[in-house]
Design a protein around this ligand. Structure first.
Ligand code: SIN
Ligand code: FE2
Length: 217
């Protein structure tokens, strides 16, 4: 038997994979910080619970969402936008946990975008079957800052396309602890998530959680 090899396989890989100019996956970057991140998610969701927002067309979004930080992304019948307060209780979104800020700064710097201080963190929760259709992140005023996207829990297939909706999308398997960064010439690339497969993750159970950090203002 080769227990070391087995352990390595079980944990997933590390290292970096270029997806396109300005876009890359940092494999396993968040894995050593996962327990602190999960504690931070629990603190945030105790104050601003996950909810299914409505699209402007009135459809319930597949992923449950909440936010932390100075600005939170919301969707409702009036459209997509950033708001400083949670519409559920009118209070400011919870602050970003220190564990989130530490991780995002390190990941952005490792990806070649030093000095990133995000003002918005969207937290997406995917139960098996949940998906996110192809879209661009373009509600932010500052498009010079990259998107930093952290995957925790169940694996998922990330679609990473081009600057037009009809461009071909690559399919990238994202595992617990992987971080995707896209900025510069890739900042407005279309992306999405295929329906999450049934499964149970040792730390997060029957769900995938994604943290998306942005500079919105
Ligand atoms: C998003 O685009 O907001 C989420 C992407 C992901 O869940 O990995
Ligand atoms: Fe997105």
């Amino acid at each position: 038997m080769t227990p070391d090899l087995f352990e390595h396989c079980d944990e997933g890989s590390t290292g970096r994979e270029e997806l396109a100019p300005g876009a890359l996956v940092l494999r396993g970057f968040a894995r050593p910080h996962a327990e602190r991140l999960v504690a931070g998610i629990a603190d945030v969701t105790a104050r601003a619970p996950f909810r299914h927002m409505l699209t402007p067309g009135g459809q319930r979004m597949s992923a449950a969402m909440t936010n932390c930080g100075p600005l939170g992304w919301i969707s409702d019948r009036r459209g997509y936008r950033y708001e400083p307060c949670d519409p559920l209780d009118g209070k400011p979104w919870p602050p970003m946990p220190a564990s989130f800020l530490d991780l995002v700064a390190a990941a952005a710097a490792a990806a070649g975008f030093p000095g990133l201080v995000p003002d918005a963190c969207l937290i997406n929760r995917y139960e098996p079957g949940t998906r996110m259709s192809l879209h661009q992140d373009r509600d932010e005023r500052d498009l010079t800052a990259p998107i930093v996207s952290v995957s925790l829990g169940l694996p998922a297939i990330f679609l990473f396309g081009g600057l037009s909706r009809s461009d071909h999308s690559d399919r990238i398997a994202l595992m617990h602890g992987d971080v995707v960064v896209w900025g510069g010439p890739s900042r407005l690339r279309f992306h999405g998530i295929l329906p999450v497969k049934e499964g149970t993750h040792p730390l997060l159970g029957r769900q995938r959680i994604n943290l998306t950090f942005r500079k919105a203002a």
